[in-house]
Design a protein around this ligand. Structure first.
Ligand SMILES: Nc1ncnc2c1ncn2[C@@H]1O[C@H](COP(=O)(O)OP(=O)(O)OP(=O)(O)O)[C@@H](O)[C@H]1O
Ligand SMILES: [Mg+2]
Length: 263
Protein backbone atom coordinates (compact mmCIF):
# COMPACT_ATOMS: atom_id res chain seq x y z
CA UNK A 1 0.00 0.00 0.00
CA UNK A 2 1.27 3.45 -0.91
CA UNK A 3 -0.92 6.40 -0.10
CA UNK A 4 -1.79 9.07 -2.60
CA UNK A 5 -1.11 12.41 -0.94
CA UNK A 6 -3.78 15.00 -1.73
CA UNK A 7 -3.19 18.61 -0.72
CA UNK A 8 -6.36 20.67 -0.39
CA UNK A 9 -5.40 24.26 -1.18
CA UNK A 10 -7.06 27.47 -2.31
CA UNK A 11 -5.51 30.89 -2.49
CA UNK A 12 -8.22 32.93 -0.83
CA UNK A 13 -9.07 32.13 2.80
CA UNK A 14 -12.39 30.70 3.92
CA UNK A 15 -13.26 28.91 0.67
CA UNK A 16 -13.84 25.60 2.47
CA UNK A 17 -10.48 23.76 2.53
CA UNK A 18 -10.83 22.47 6.07
CA UNK A 19 -14.48 21.54 5.55
CA UNK A 20 -13.52 19.67 2.38
CA UNK A 21 -10.59 17.88 4.04
CA UNK A 22 -12.74 16.69 6.95
CA UNK A 23 -15.67 15.56 4.79
CA UNK A 24 -13.66 13.94 2.02
CA UNK A 25 -11.57 12.19 4.68
CA UNK A 26 -14.64 10.91 6.53
CA UNK A 27 -16.26 9.82 3.24
CA UNK A 28 -13.14 7.96 2.06
CA UNK A 29 -12.86 6.27 5.47
CA UNK A 30 -16.55 5.39 5.14
CA UNK A 31 -15.71 3.59 1.89
CA UNK A 32 -13.26 1.44 3.86
CA UNK A 33 -10.17 3.31 2.65
CA UNK A 34 -7.37 3.75 5.16
CA UNK A 35 -7.36 7.51 5.37
CA UNK A 36 -5.42 10.13 7.31
CA UNK A 37 -6.09 13.85 7.34
CA UNK A 38 -3.46 16.30 8.54
CA UNK A 39 -3.77 19.98 9.43
CA UNK A 40 -0.85 21.78 7.80
CA UNK A 41 -2.35 25.22 8.47
CA UNK A 42 0.19 25.57 11.25
CA UNK A 43 -0.47 29.26 11.93
CA UNK A 44 -4.28 29.20 11.95
CA UNK A 45 -5.16 25.57 12.61
CA UNK A 46 -8.80 24.57 13.03
CA UNK A 47 -9.23 21.09 11.58
CA UNK A 48 -9.23 19.59 15.10
CA UNK A 49 -12.00 21.98 16.07
CA UNK A 50 -14.31 20.51 13.41
CA UNK A 51 -13.88 17.03 14.90
CA UNK A 52 -13.84 17.86 18.62
CA UNK A 53 -10.09 17.26 18.86
CA UNK A 54 -9.09 20.80 19.83
CA UNK A 55 -7.92 19.76 23.29
CA UNK A 56 -5.37 17.25 21.99
CA UNK A 57 -2.13 17.61 23.97
CA UNK A 58 0.21 16.41 21.25
CA UNK A 59 -0.27 17.87 17.77
CA UNK A 60 1.59 18.47 14.53
CA UNK A 61 3.28 21.48 16.19
CA UNK A 62 5.18 19.17 18.55
CA UNK A 63 6.05 16.77 15.73
CA UNK A 64 7.39 19.64 13.60
CA UNK A 65 9.37 20.84 16.62
CA UNK A 66 10.91 17.36 17.03
CA UNK A 67 9.49 16.89 20.51
CA UNK A 68 6.93 14.18 19.62
CA UNK A 69 6.37 11.34 17.16
CA UNK A 70 3.69 11.45 14.50
CA UNK A 71 2.02 8.39 16.12
CA UNK A 72 1.48 10.40 19.33
CA UNK A 73 -0.15 13.21 17.35
CA UNK A 74 -2.52 10.87 15.47
CA UNK A 75 -6.09 10.45 16.76
CA UNK A 76 -8.97 8.26 15.64
CA UNK A 77 -12.22 9.86 14.54
CA UNK A 78 -15.43 8.94 12.68
CA UNK A 79 -15.44 5.86 10.38
CA UNK A 80 -11.94 5.00 11.68
CA UNK A 81 -10.53 8.14 10.05
CA UNK A 82 -7.09 9.04 11.43
CA UNK A 83 -6.50 12.71 12.20
CA UNK A 84 -3.37 14.75 12.88
CA UNK A 85 -4.60 18.06 14.31
CA UNK A 86 -2.40 21.09 14.77
CA UNK A 87 -2.05 23.29 17.86
CA UNK A 88 -3.16 26.90 17.98
CA UNK A 89 -0.46 28.53 20.15
CA UNK A 90 1.85 31.16 18.73
CA UNK A 91 4.78 29.50 20.46
CA UNK A 92 3.93 26.18 18.82
CA UNK A 93 3.87 27.91 15.46
CA UNK A 94 7.23 29.59 16.07
CA UNK A 95 8.88 26.31 17.06
CA UNK A 96 7.48 24.30 14.16
CA UNK A 97 9.62 23.58 11.12
CA UNK A 98 7.32 22.99 8.12
CA UNK A 99 10.16 21.33 6.19
CA UNK A 100 9.85 18.34 8.51
CA UNK A 101 6.62 17.40 6.73
CA UNK A 102 8.76 15.73 4.05
CA UNK A 103 10.14 13.18 6.55
CA UNK A 104 6.76 12.72 8.20
CA UNK A 105 5.16 11.80 4.87
CA UNK A 106 7.94 9.30 4.10
CA UNK A 107 6.96 7.41 7.25
CA UNK A 108 3.20 7.59 6.60
CA UNK A 109 2.71 6.70 2.95
CA UNK A 110 3.09 2.96 3.51
CA UNK A 111 0.32 2.92 6.11
CA UNK A 112 -2.57 4.54 4.25
CA UNK A 113 -4.53 4.56 0.99
CA UNK A 114 -5.22 8.29 1.18
CA UNK A 115 -3.52 11.16 2.99
CA UNK A 116 -5.29 14.51 2.79
CA UNK A 117 -3.39 17.64 3.79
CA UNK A 118 -5.33 20.76 4.74
CA UNK A 119 -3.16 23.61 3.45
CA UNK A 120 -3.10 27.20 4.69
CA UNK A 121 -4.63 30.01 2.63
CA UNK A 122 -2.36 32.36 0.71
CA UNK A 123 1.10 31.74 -0.67
CA UNK A 124 3.12 31.80 2.56
CA UNK A 125 6.25 29.73 3.22
CA UNK A 126 4.25 27.23 5.33
CA UNK A 127 1.95 26.73 2.37
CA UNK A 128 4.73 25.80 -0.04
CA UNK A 129 5.72 22.48 1.57
CA UNK A 130 2.18 20.97 1.38
CA UNK A 131 2.05 21.95 -2.30
CA UNK A 132 5.49 20.51 -3.00
CA UNK A 133 4.93 17.13 -1.33
CA UNK A 134 1.50 16.43 -2.87
CA UNK A 135 0.87 13.76 -5.48
CA UNK A 136 -2.41 15.49 -6.30
CA UNK A 137 -3.48 19.07 -5.59
CA UNK A 138 -7.13 20.05 -5.31
CA UNK A 139 -8.07 23.74 -5.26
CA UNK A 140 -11.19 24.67 -3.33
CA UNK A 141 -12.80 27.67 -5.00
CA UNK A 142 -16.04 29.57 -4.58
CA UNK A 143 -17.94 30.83 -7.60
CA UNK A 144 -16.76 34.45 -7.23
CA UNK A 145 -14.06 36.43 -8.96
CA UNK A 146 -11.69 37.01 -6.01
CA UNK A 147 -11.66 33.33 -5.06
CA UNK A 148 -10.93 32.37 -8.68
CA UNK A 149 -8.19 35.02 -9.07
CA UNK A 150 -6.45 33.84 -5.89
CA UNK A 151 -6.77 30.19 -6.93
CA UNK A 152 -5.02 31.11 -10.16
CA UNK A 153 -2.12 32.57 -8.17
CA UNK A 154 -1.83 29.31 -6.23
CA UNK A 155 -1.92 27.37 -9.49
CA UNK A 156 1.01 29.44 -10.79
CA UNK A 157 2.91 28.82 -7.54
CA UNK A 158 2.26 25.08 -7.92
CA UNK A 159 3.70 25.16 -11.43
CA UNK A 160 6.76 27.05 -10.17
CA UNK A 161 7.23 24.14 -7.75
CA UNK A 162 7.15 21.72 -10.72
CA UNK A 163 3.89 20.21 -9.55
CA UNK A 164 0.45 20.30 -11.15
CA UNK A 165 -3.08 21.04 -9.99
CA UNK A 166 -5.30 17.98 -10.51
CA UNK A 167 -8.60 19.81 -10.38
CA UNK A 168 -10.83 22.11 -8.43
CA UNK A 169 -13.78 21.70 -6.11
CA UNK A 170 -16.42 24.36 -6.51
CA UNK A 171 -17.75 25.01 -3.00
CA UNK A 172 -20.56 27.21 -1.67
CA UNK A 173 -22.49 27.02 -4.90
CA UNK A 174 -25.76 28.94 -4.60
CA UNK A 175 -28.42 30.06 -6.97
CA UNK A 176 -27.34 33.64 -7.44
CA UNK A 177 -27.34 34.91 -11.00
CA UNK A 178 -24.07 36.77 -10.40
CA UNK A 179 -22.26 33.50 -9.69
CA UNK A 180 -19.73 32.04 -12.09
CA UNK A 181 -20.90 28.81 -13.71
CA UNK A 182 -18.95 25.55 -13.43
CA UNK A 183 -17.98 25.86 -17.10
CA UNK A 184 -16.75 29.42 -16.66
CA UNK A 185 -14.64 28.49 -13.62
CA UNK A 186 -13.16 25.57 -15.56
CA UNK A 187 -12.35 27.88 -18.42
CA UNK A 188 -10.71 30.51 -16.18
CA UNK A 189 -8.68 28.10 -14.06
CA UNK A 190 -7.94 25.67 -16.90
CA UNK A 191 -8.45 22.70 -14.57
CA UNK A 192 -11.39 20.30 -14.38
CA UNK A 193 -14.04 20.83 -11.71
CA UNK A 194 -14.13 17.49 -9.91
CA UNK A 195 -17.07 18.28 -7.67
CA UNK A 196 -19.58 20.98 -6.86
CA UNK A 197 -20.79 21.46 -3.28
CA UNK A 198 -23.82 23.63 -2.56
CA UNK A 199 -23.83 26.41 0.01
CA UNK A 200 -25.92 24.95 2.81
CA UNK A 201 -26.42 25.67 6.49
CA UNK A 202 -26.07 21.91 7.14
CA UNK A 203 -22.30 22.44 6.84
CA UNK A 204 -22.19 25.10 9.55
CA UNK A 205 -24.57 23.12 11.79
CA UNK A 206 -22.40 20.03 11.46
CA UNK A 207 -19.30 22.10 12.30
CA UNK A 208 -21.05 23.40 15.42
CA UNK A 209 -21.74 19.75 16.42
CA UNK A 210 -18.06 18.91 15.77
CA UNK A 211 -19.02 16.35 13.14
CA UNK A 212 -18.50 16.07 9.39
CA UNK A 213 -21.71 16.73 7.47
CA UNK A 214 -21.26 13.35 5.72
CA UNK A 215 -21.79 11.74 9.13
CA UNK A 216 -24.31 14.13 10.69
CA UNK A 217 -26.58 14.54 7.64
CA UNK A 218 -25.52 11.80 5.22
CA UNK A 219 -28.50 12.38 2.90
CA UNK A 220 -28.07 16.15 2.58
CA UNK A 221 -27.04 17.66 -0.77
CA UNK A 222 -23.66 18.77 0.62
CA UNK A 223 -22.92 15.32 2.08
CA UNK A 224 -23.86 13.66 -1.20
CA UNK A 225 -21.54 16.02 -3.10
CA UNK A 226 -18.61 15.14 -0.81
CA UNK A 227 -19.41 11.40 -0.95
CA UNK A 228 -19.65 11.53 -4.71
CA UNK A 229 -16.23 13.14 -4.92
CA UNK A 230 -14.77 10.60 -2.48
CA UNK A 231 -16.17 7.73 -4.54
CA UNK A 232 -14.66 9.14 -7.72
CA UNK A 233 -11.24 9.63 -6.08
CA UNK A 234 -11.42 6.05 -4.82
CA UNK A 235 -12.41 4.87 -8.31
CA UNK A 236 -15.67 3.43 -7.00
CA UNK A 237 -19.30 3.64 -7.94
CA UNK A 238 -21.42 5.91 -5.76
CA UNK A 239 -22.88 3.67 -3.01
CA UNK A 240 -26.49 2.69 -3.78
CA UNK A 241 -28.11 4.11 -0.62
CA UNK A 242 -26.64 7.57 -1.19
CA UNK A 243 -28.05 7.82 -4.67
CA UNK A 244 -31.46 6.74 -3.40
CA UNK A 245 -31.43 9.44 -0.72
CA UNK A 246 -30.53 12.04 -3.30
CA UNK A 247 -33.63 11.16 -5.26
CA UNK A 248 -35.93 11.80 -2.33
CA UNK A 249 -38.10 14.71 -3.21
CA UNK A 250 -38.47 17.63 -0.82
CA UNK A 251 -41.69 19.49 -0.01
CA UNK A 252 -40.95 22.35 -2.42
CA UNK A 253 -40.18 19.91 -5.24
CA UNK A 254 -43.45 18.03 -4.66
CA UNK A 255 -45.42 21.26 -4.57
CA UNK A 256 -43.78 22.56 -7.74
CA UNK A 257 -44.59 19.28 -9.51
CA UNK A 258 -48.23 19.53 -8.43
CA UNK A 259 -48.52 23.12 -9.64
CA UNK A 260 -46.57 22.81 -12.87
CA UNK A 261 -47.17 19.15 -13.64
CA UNK A 262 -44.52 16.76 -14.93
CA UNK A 263 -43.48 13.27 -13.88
N1 LIG B 1 -20.69 24.32 1.40
C1 LIG B 1 -20.77 25.15 2.44
N2 LIG B 1 -21.96 25.68 2.82
C2 LIG B 1 -22.05 26.52 3.87
N3 LIG B 1 -21.00 26.91 4.61
C3 LIG B 1 -19.79 26.43 4.29
C4 LIG B 1 -19.59 25.53 3.20
N4 LIG B 1 -18.28 25.20 3.13
C5 LIG B 1 -17.68 25.88 4.15
N5 LIG B 1 -18.57 26.61 4.84
C6 LIG B 1 -18.30 27.49 5.99
O1 LIG B 1 -17.38 28.50 5.57
C7 LIG B 1 -16.47 28.79 6.61
C8 LIG B 1 -15.04 28.57 6.11
O2 LIG B 1 -14.88 27.19 5.85
P1 LIG B 1 -13.47 26.47 6.10
O3 LIG B 1 -12.96 26.77 7.46
O4 LIG B 1 -13.63 25.05 5.70
O5 LIG B 1 -12.60 27.25 5.02
P2 LIG B 1 -11.02 27.28 4.85
O6 LIG B 1 -10.76 27.44 3.40
O7 LIG B 1 -10.41 26.11 5.52
O8 LIG B 1 -10.65 28.61 5.65
P3 LIG B 1 -9.18 29.13 6.03
O9 LIG B 1 -8.61 29.72 4.79
O10 LIG B 1 -9.45 30.16 7.09
O11 LIG B 1 -8.40 27.95 6.52
C9 LIG B 1 -16.85 27.93 7.79
O12 LIG B 1 -17.70 28.65 8.62
C10 LIG B 1 -17.62 26.77 7.13
O13 LIG B 1 -18.56 26.17 8.01
MG1 LIG C 1 -8.89 26.03 6.98
Amino acid sequence: MTATIYTIASGKGGTGKTTTTVNLGAALAGLGKKTLILDADIGMANLGLLLGLERSEVTLHEVLADTANIEDATYESVNGLKVVPCGISLKGFQNANPEKLHDIMDGLVEKFDFILIDAPAGISKDGVVPLAIADEILLVVNPDISSIADALKTKILVEMLDNTVTGAILNKVGNETTEFSKEKVEQLLEVPILGAVPEDEDVRNAAASRMPVVVKNPGSPTAIAFKRLAASLAGEEMPEETVVEEKKEGFVGKLARKIFGGK
